[in-house]
Write a protein that binds this ligand. Sequence first.
Ligand code: UDP
Ligand code: MG
Length: 193
Amino acid sequence: MSSQTQSERTYFMIKPDGVTRGLIGEIIHRVEQRGLKIIALQMVQPTKAQMDEHYPKDEAWITRIGGKTLSTNEKYHIDTMAQMGTTDPFEIGKRVRGWLIDFMASAPVVKVVVEGPHAIEMIRKLAGNTMPALAEMGTIRGDYSVDSAATANREGRAVQNLVHASETPEEAAHEISHWFAPEDVHPYRRTGE
Ligand code: UDP
Ligand code: MG
């Protein structure tokens, strides 16, 4: 098998809004329909400490999150200084990360490990753009989420966009081992594989 077709694993999570809106089945269906294989699945009520461990803590990641907020504000002509009291992407990122942790621990989530060719990229593609307004139709976020980053920032909360999906092999490895014991991951052959 060439490295290009090699199967990989990714982690994804149906966020509190996906669970409370009754979209578990719809979201899982899209993953299975695509031909990707679910090899671990569980509902859990995360603690804030678990969410804090889940999301990266490094400055680069936090600054990137703050940068997304800044570019949203720029696009919608929102005065970031007036709204947040700072324009420093790291400071803003820390605040958004805090909102995100509160949101993720606000209701049960469904945690999932998925295996398949290019699983990380495929699940990202199924999820769609982080910001609902930019997510294409046909993606989970594009079809079912309507939240606005501008409103979320103003209200001091995370953007509700239904799913989390690992972005890199490093994120996937960290998240899988953070959320699942090895014995709770169940590889198998899908019919036709
Ligand atoms: N987020 C937010 N405001 C922002 C950027 C991100 O509320 O300006 C939240 C949003 O819920 C997002 C999560 O933080 O899903 C993680 O951000 P990331 O940039 O990693 O997006 P994702 O990987 O979820 O597409
Ligand atoms: Mg991310």
